[in-house]
Ligand binder design. Structure first.
Ligand SMILES: Cc1cc2nc3c(=O)[nH]c(=O)nc-3n(C[C@H](O)[C@H](O)[C@H](O)COP(=O)(O)OP(=O)(O)OC[C@H]3O[C@@H](n4cnc5c(N)ncnc54)[C@H](O)[C@@H]3O)c2cc1C
Length: 357
């Protein structure tokens, strides 16, 4: 948050004019973590002839914090995975991380008849969930439109890039925050993960979309708040429902699963709508079977596109470079991956456009 407030350069440039853009040596489009990392790399190298343009009224992209009661919640990214990445190091340096270590999907695993599941079974069930997610892959790819890229670039992007954009998957996960006012669970409980048995949806009291809720995490630093994760079809449906309806559906679901708990009524409900955001349209990328068939990896998108800046130049330089989580060879889908790609592309720019000029 400190970083966001301190980065006034982006806000100043929110309404950058065409004239300014055409006179600038480098334009970075998008002030998500990748764009910010690129800008920081340029600043660190004392290169000032760039514009960082953001379409939304806030910077950060899929990192978005919002006030909730007396603390903060994260609509998007909330974990920094691992402590060795460049991003983790930056966060440590500026004291940006909470001291709570909390992997998602922890807590009690419960069947829909209310029985706890033996820990040893969880691993087996994990495999099952992975298979189910693969089934969703097709659905997700069909439903997130790939917008604009065919008309955005003149001349068109090289084939490899179009193919990579078509083949890489971009999924949707939404969050549902439920505020009960105070906890009705014991302090040592980290969450309630739901395991579904076939046929449970004969139960008319349960809304169909809640089948795609994988479970609820207890939100550390918040008294009486559960965070639900919705994937698959449910992630699209939940964006169309009112928050009042979502609260009713979640309460029914929790009462169905946790029969031995005295669940208090939900006081406030909030859900994210990452698909509705036309500058985001989903949560994060993934590799699909089409990638495997066509030899595409996120790295396909990270190669610079070379060209001559003017007709008098005799040497090609990188003229378009893609950064962002979907372009990281290994850490696609993560903030630390996105951060690395911004740094890498800015370094390539500096190497070819500044060091040699
Ligand atoms: C619900 C959810 C939970 C997540 N949890 C985690 C987590 O715990 N840990 C983790 O590591 N990652 C997590 N992620 C993923 C992580 O948020 C992303 O991988 C990362 O933030 C992506 O950064 P980026 O810079 O690549 O893209 P973005 O953050 O999407 O940034 C792109 C920016 O470009 C802007 N833009 C788009 N079009 C234009 C345009 N035409 N002109 C100008 N600007 C434009 C957008 O507004 C946006 O600000 C989560 C994501 C979601 C949605």
């Amino acid at each position: 948050r400190g970083w966001r407030n301190g980065f006034d350069k982006v806000e100043r440039l929110l309404s950058a004019s065409n004239e300014k853009i055409s006179k600038t040596k480098l334009v970075i489009i998008g002030a998500g973590i990748a764009g910010l990392a690129a800008a920081k790399t340029l600043e660190d190298a004392n290169f000032k002839d760039y514009l960082l343009i953001e379409a939304q009224s806030e910077i950060g992209g899929r990192i978005q914090s919002a006030p909730w009661n007396k603390a903060w919640i994260e609509y998007g990214a909330q974990f920094v995975h691992g402590d060795q990445s460049q991003l983790a190091q930056l966060c440590y340096k500026h004291d940006l991380l909470s001291d709570v270590q909390c992997p998602d999907g922890q807590g009690i695993f419960i069947r829909n008849n209310g029985c706890k599941v033996d820990e040893a079974l969880i691993e087996e069930i994990d495999d099952l969930i992975c298979n189910t997610l693969e089934d969703y892959e097709d659905y997700e790819n069909k439903n997130i439109e790939i917008e604009n890229y065919k008309t955005m670039f003149i001349p068109s992007l090289p084939n490899l890039f179009s193919q990579a954009i078509e083949c890489l998957g971009f999924g949707l996960i939404n969050k549902v925050f439920l505020d009960f006012g105070s906890s009705w669970w014991k302090p040592n409980i980290k969450g309630f993960q739901l395991l579904w048995k076939e046929g449970v949806f004969c139960n008319k009291n349960l809304a169909a979309w809640t089948r795609d809720l994988t479970g609820f995490d207890v939100l550390p630093n918040h008294e009486g708040v559960l965070l639900g994760w919705v994937g698959g079809r449910g992630a699209y449906i939940v964006e169309t429902l009112s928050e009042e309806q979502i609260a009713i559906d979640c309460e029914n679901l929790l009462r169905h699963y946790l029969k031995c708990y005295k669940i208090s009524p939900i006081k406030r409900c909030l859900r994210t709508q990452w698909n509705a955001n036309k500058y985001i349209r989903g949560s994060y990328s993934h590799i699909t079977t089409r990638c495997d068939v066509n030899g595409i990896t996120p790295r396909s998108l990270s190669e610079p596109i070379w060209g001559k800046l003017t007709e008098h130049d005799n040497k090609d330089v990188p003229i378009i470079m893609f950064a962002g989580e979907a372009t990281h060879e290994n850490f696609y889908s993560t903030t630390h991956g996105a951060y690395d790609t911004g740094i890498k592309q800015a370094q390539i720019f500096l190497q070819h456009h500044v060091a040699e000029s």
